[in-house]
Design a protein around this ligand. Sequence first.
Ligand SMILES: [Zn+2]
Ligand SMILES: [Zn+2]
Length: 306
Amino acid sequence: MMVSATVETLTHRTLKWLEQRGVIERLSPQIPETQHSFQAQTALTFLTSSWFVLLIVMHPAVLSRLLALAKPRFDVLEIAYSCYVGVVAHDLWFFLIHSQLHRIKWLYRWVHITHHRNMGDLNVFGTADMDPFEAVAMVFSFYAATLLWGAYVVGSWNPWAYTALILLEANMNMMGHCGYRQPLWLAMIQSWGICLTPGVAHAKTHYIHHLDPRMNRALYFSWWDRLAGSWRDKHPAIREFTPAEQLEYELRAFRMLAGVMAKWLPPKYTSSTPVAALLKAAKRLAQPAQSLLLLASVASCHAAPA
Ligand SMILES: [Zn+2]
Ligand SMILES: [Zn+2]
């Protein structure tokens, strides 16, 4: 819980810092944010729902098996592969349960409505602002199942890969709830590169779910919503950028970076031959490279069938 409060606060402050410098902007700047700190509901949810995993994991038979089969290997390829498979599997798990929370009216009114108090005013502090039952059904049950799968089906599990999956999902979840228009470089950092997958969900995708709860019920990819006919990528509250505006938006961070370097880097570094040559080459390459990045972003948004 303390970790969650710290991470949410740090992410929120970083995004605000970027917003104040004109690098990023809200998806609906006309709607003011209403939550400005870590939510009491989030704390309550963590305290009352995390027991679900502990109850399963701390059972003597399960615990001894998990300890015996744990194989901590810091293998980057294995961790990346596990994270990717984990995110894809969790997306389907999340979509199926989340859809029921919307379809079954009493479940929506008694449980899921807590999370939907946040609409266009959504920000990072709304990420885990939900009913404890929902946290068990959509999040903690998946983590418990993943551990049991490793222990009883695969026959081993890697604590590094498991921890990385939780961190990645927390990051992507905050991304989905931040309420900011997301440039590609930010999506790359927050999703650890997964944003290049065709049909990936962006910050706008889940923001639209909070504006129109019938649509966009998956969290990480748009595949299931496209198949189920519940996909939406435009909303009247979000102004659509022209390609030129989008390109300008992608380049804002690079301009800020260039400005900071010009201001703070001592002239002896910028004028020395190798550094000057490097800066010159980077300047020449910047425009086509950024255009390619933009094309990749557009391709990843539109590659999957509508
Ligand atoms: Zn949400
Ligand atoms: Zn929902």
